[in-house]
Design a protein around this ligand. Structure first.
Ligand SMILES: *Cc1c(COP(=O)(O)O)cnc(C)c1O
Ligand SMILES: [Zn+2]
Length: 415
């Protein structure tokens, strides 16, 4: 089989493996593997301008920089993942005293979260290697994304999720026709069980921070940020600062990988500064960053932001490096601020789930602590739709009044 990438590189020991040699993590130390492209070969025929003139309004516009073959699926939701809008939120910018603030909104993805990017690429990879069943453990979004992308092309998916996952996410899984198993335990336990099942039944595993292709899907957000924002910034501008919510650490690593690919191709001049944001109640990556080491210690996570509620982040090492290698940092925010950020974003027409609003809560804190200055251009990644978890949103807003269907009752209510 001909592969579209050169090799895998272990993030722990630096060992290189050929495309046929490994499937998931480093056999020597379990380290996450990065997929390395043949940058010289790409540069020989592909230019930044070509890259900008692509017609397809999805992540598949970047097929030449992805390690998978064209999966087909034209006219299906698989083909609609990615190429999400970037909003210029002037009122929020003014409120925070910033000159430029963009919010990249991932909720228009087919299953309403960032995870469609990773699942689209894994479904393509599964088809390429002839895998019949793809399995994932998920707090909800990665599973619904896999179930949805698999359903789009008639592939089979098995999903393990904690039984406590928000109902909307569980409903998506079932509606997309996946085999759904709700584990009486937390995400970490579902993760371990899915790996055992992978070995026992020979399934293909999509797990975050385990399957190297998820990062390759997530990197497309980095490409889009470059195309939609960075390329349009004035040359004298300070580098863009990007705020990303962090659970397992695979989104932040993926976006960083996208920027690194562009840099390797010579197309990105100023590496953006990447800031990771975690809940104070699920802060394993931030803890490691602040200790100044790469040894990720598990925590007992219990944030209401379920998509970032992780005891042991599976991509923590690369997540730490995304900040250290770009002059970024890590911030933690309490759950009250995460809920408050849902309300703030709602006021400009963006509905975020708690994990997603965490990034904006991080920006508010960064402005307060002067980590962000007024002339720093900032982009906040809104990773998933508020419709995924309406119970969380309803906790921070006053209930709407219930009135009799008469004008009198209305007048009385309006005072
Ligand atoms: C998964 C997820 C995250 C966190 O991504 P990690 O790769 O686990 O760090 C953030 N927000 C949403 C909505 C998610 O689904
Ligand atoms: Zn290794």
């Amino acid at each position: 089989m001909k592969h579209k990438f050169s090799h895998y590189l272990c993030s722990v020991c630096g060992a290189e493996y050929g495309p046929e040699e490994v499937t998931y993590t480093c056999p020597a130390d379990g380290g996450n593997l990065s997929v390395i492209l043949d940058y010289a070969a790409i540069n020989a025929w592909y230019t930044a301008q070509k890259f900008m003139d692509l017609p397809e309004a999805s992540l598949w516009r970047y097929l030449s920089l992805l390690p998978v073959a064209d999966p087909g699926g034209i006219g299906t939701p698989l083909r609609r993942a990615g190429w999400t809008p970037v909003y210029q939120t002037t009122r929020l910018a003014e409120k925070l005293g910033l000159k430029s603030l963009w919010i990249k909104d991932e909720s228009p993805n087919p299953t309403a979260s960032f995870k469609d990017r990773a699942s689209a690429i894994v479904v393509a990879r599964a088809a390429e290697i002839g895998a019949e069943v793809t399995v994932a453990a998920s707090t909800g979004n990665a599973g619904s994304a896999l179930a949805g992308m698999a359903a789009a092309v008639g592939a089979k998916a098995v999903i393990f999720a904690p039984r406590t996952a928000p109902p909307a996410k569980i409903a998506q899984l079932i509606i997309f026709g996946a085999k759904v198993l709700l584990v009486d335990g937390n995400y970490d336990q579902a993760f371990d069980l899915s790996i055992e099942a992978t070995h026992a039944f020979g399934w293909y595993n999509r797990n975050t921070g385990f399957n190297p292709f998820t990062t390759e899907g997530k990197k497309t957000a980095g490409f889009e940020i470059w195309e939609q924002v960075i390329r349009r910034m004035p040359a004298e501008s300070k580098p863009l600062t990007v705020f990303i919510p962090v659970g397992d650490g695979n989104i932040i690593s993926g976006v960083h990988k996208g920027f690194k690919d562009l840099q390797a191709l010579g197309w990105l001049e100023k590496m953006p500064r990447i800031i990771g944001v975690q809940s104070t109640r699920s802060a394993a990556v931030a803890n490691a960053f602040w200790r100044g080491d790469e040894d990720i210690q598990p925590v007992h996570a219990e944030t209401l932001a379920d998509s970032i509620c992780v005891d042991l982040p599976r991509d923590g090492l690369r997540a730490v490096r995304a900040a250290t290698e770009t002059g970024g940092t890590y911030l933690t925010v309490p759950d009250e601020d995460i809920l408050g950020a849902i309300v703030e974003l709602g006021r400009v027409g963006i509905f975020a789930e708690p994990a997603a609003s965490t990034a904006y809560a991080g920006l508010v804190k960064a402005v307060e602590e002067k980590i962000i200055e007024p002339d720093d251009p900032v982009l906040v990644l809104n990773t998933g739709s508020g419709l995924k978890d309406v119970n969380a949103a309803m906790q921070v807003v006053a209930a709407a009044p219930i009135i009799e269907p008469t004008l009198d009752a209305l007048k009385k209510e309006l005072g």
